[in-house]
Design a protein around this ligand. Structure first.
Ligand code: GRF
Length: 205
């Protein structure tokens, strides 16, 4: 079975939705480790409660380069069997850009969830960006991570209607509900080897 490593920085609600789906035996993957770059990430307690190994590798105050940080991160992942051969890395609200070396080493084995319909509104505050732009629809995207900012091949998207009275809070809530549905679904497809990547497209078998 594949080993899953989830990287978080905060709340961890996407992580929770994935771990709960695994617990319910919906996804054939071993939840090997949750790693946070912040010691006070709320998601750490949730992961512990669900009986998953947790590690904190603080990024604040880390003296080395991004590449050096990621090298150590990779050694933690490796310790839990989350390798380029037998692992999947899920970024779930992990508030760091990962180095090209990490991306290269785990090519098409790192996935991320973004709270907008990519390629619209990449980067931070996507829900606010969508509202300010006047988009009538937004949503979320699960995609492979490449060396760009939210640019990798798209695996699944879900659409949410933007209402005139939506605020950043109400829109974020609607989108998050969809995130919790499609992220476990994408992990499941990956675990069952149902995703083929062809150029910048994915084909779901
Ligand atoms: C989510 O909105 C996700 O799309 C974005 O960061 C947020 C993380 O939330 N990448 P959580 O930590 O999973 O609750």
């Amino acid at each position: 079975m594949l080993n899953l490593g989830i990287l978080i920085s905060g709340r961890g609600s996407n992580m929770e939705s994935i771990l709960k789906a695994i617990k319910k035996k919906k996804i054939p993957i071993n939840p090997a480790v949750v790693i946070s770059n912040k010691h006070d990430a709320k998601g750490l307690k949730i992961a512990e409660k669900l009986g998953v190994n947790v590690e904190v590798f603080e990024s604040k105050g880390f003296k080395g380069s991004r590449e050096e940080y990621d090298k150590e991160l990779i050694s933690i992942l490796t310790k839990y069997g989350v390798t380029p051969k037998n692992g999947l890395v899920c970024l779930a609200g992990f508030m760091r850009i990962i180095s090209p070396e990490f991306v290269k080493k785990y090519k098409n084995r790192i996935i991320n969830i973004h709270p907008a319909l990519l390629p619209s509104f990449p980067g931070l505050d996507s829900q606010k960006q969508a509202l300010e732009y006047g988009a009538k629809y937004s949503g979320c995207t699960v995609h492979f991570v490449d060396s760009g900012m939210d640019t990798g091949p798209i695996i699944i998207q879900a659409i949410v209607k933007v209402k005139e009275n939506d605020t950043e809070k109400t829109l974020s809530k609607k989108i998050l509900k969809e995130e919790h549905r499609i992220y476990p679904e994408a992990v499941n497809l990956f675990a069952r080897k149902k995703i083929r990547v062809s150029g910048r497209k994915t084909i779901i078998i």
